[in-house]
Design a binder for this molecule. Structure first.
Ligand SMILES: [Zn+2]
Length: 279
């Protein structure tokens, strides 16, 4: 399946209009999806134990976990003090099992010293993902970091690396030769840039605002540094096969804080949700 078909399909899904006091949410939500909604003025929203940021424009976001139940609950509190729960249906997805061989063994079964380094690196990544900036860079939508690439790995697959079961695959893999320019999927601020991490190799995290981050990993060269403000589509470095990779590809991971989401579900509905606006 080609990515542009998904984008076309997504373009036609416009958020449902509901009563003015209700939250506006896109229809047909599924596991692993980023949700961009609109709330009436003065509304407070909680989801998954977290108070959501609601912009002056009423925009709020949250992410639906890979393994979310068929129904999730948003708690809504209005400016008049009244509260209610809004139940939201979530479609279940089927995930693949992927077996990958030929990975560097230290990235699959690390020795104690390497394991310690990996834990320290993951802590830095987690810290970068927990920023909660008021910027709304995500509203302009997202593009693929590389054009015309074969999709070589999808979100959510159960991974068995060199025969060892691992966490599910948390991103979209695009097979491209080493040295292919990698573009920022959307504008943002570089929250972490490290040319040499054990699992992820050359790593760039981009904070798009509201707790949303892109991770571009396995890169052979980085052209940005932590703290850089970058534009949508800007080249942030070159692809490679660094870290836990069996061949050259770009892995695009996307998350809402530490909830990993499917980049293949990102596209124009984000902007459409914005344009629908509040009454
Ligand atoms: Zn990957």
């Amino acid at each position: 399946m080609k990515f542009h078909i998904w984008i076309l399909a997504a373009l036609f899904s416009v958020p449902a209009f509901a009563a003015q006091q209700d939250l506006q949410l896109p229809p047909n939500l599924q596991q692993g999806q980023l949700v961009v909604g609109h709330a009436p003025r003065g509304v407070k929203i909680e989801y998954g134990g977290r108070r959501l940021r609601v912009g002056d424009d009423g925009v709020f976001v949250f992410g639906i976990d890979r393994d979310a139940p068929p129904q999730i609950k948003l708690h809504v509190r209005y400016s008049n003090g009244k509260g209610r729960d809004q139940l939201v249906a979530v479609a279940k997805r089927e995930y693949h099992i992927e077996r990958i061989e030929g990975l560097p063994q230290k990235t699959v079964k690390p020795d104690p010293e390497t394991a310690k380094k990996i834990r320290a690196e993951l802590a830095r990544v987690s810290e970068a993902k927990h920023r909660d900036d008021a910027r709304e860079d995500f509203l302009a939508g997202f593009r693929l970091p590389v054009e015309d690439a074969r999709i070589s790995g999808v979100f959510g697959s159960q991974r068995i690396d060199n025969g060892v079961p691992q966490s599910p695959h948390a991103g979209l893999d695009m097979a491209v030769p080493t040295g292919t320019p990698v573009h920022a999927p959307a504008a943002g601020v570089v929250s972490l840039a490290d040319p040499d991490m054990i699992l992820t190799g050359g790593t760039v995290l981009i904070d798009h605002g509201y707790g949303l981050s892109s991770a571009l990993i396995h890169m052979s060269r980085l052209d940005v540094k932590t703290g850089d403000r970058i534009a949508a589509g800007q080249v942030i470095g070159l692809s490679g096969a660094t870290g836990r990779a069996s061949g050259p590809h770009v892995h695009w991971g996307f998350s809402w804080f530490d909830v990993r989401l499917d980049p293949a579900l990102l596209s124009k509905p984000v902007a459409a949700a914005n344009e629908s606006g509040d009454p």
